[in-house]
Design a protein around this ligand. Sequence first.
Ligand code: ZN
Length: 84
Amino acid sequence: MTDDLNDEMAQASTAMFTQRSIDAIRAQVHTALPSKEICGCCGVNIPLDRQLAVPGVELCAGCQDVKERRDRHHPASKKGMRYV
Ligand SMILES: [Zn+2]
């Protein structure tokens, strides 16, 4: 009897968690869609060409380049340090 109740509660909280995750992802996708006109890092104007070419762009080409190089230097952070 109590096991059934626990199962129901577990399912309910899992459903709530899943819904919250979906909401969070939706919010991220929604806020990521409009391109920024000004670089979020250095504050220069992002060329319209770049805004159109990269939907949701937040950084100018220079800052994006720096960010990608930095990400490449720390690939383990996304893979749970498995290869370290
Ligand atoms: Zn920049």
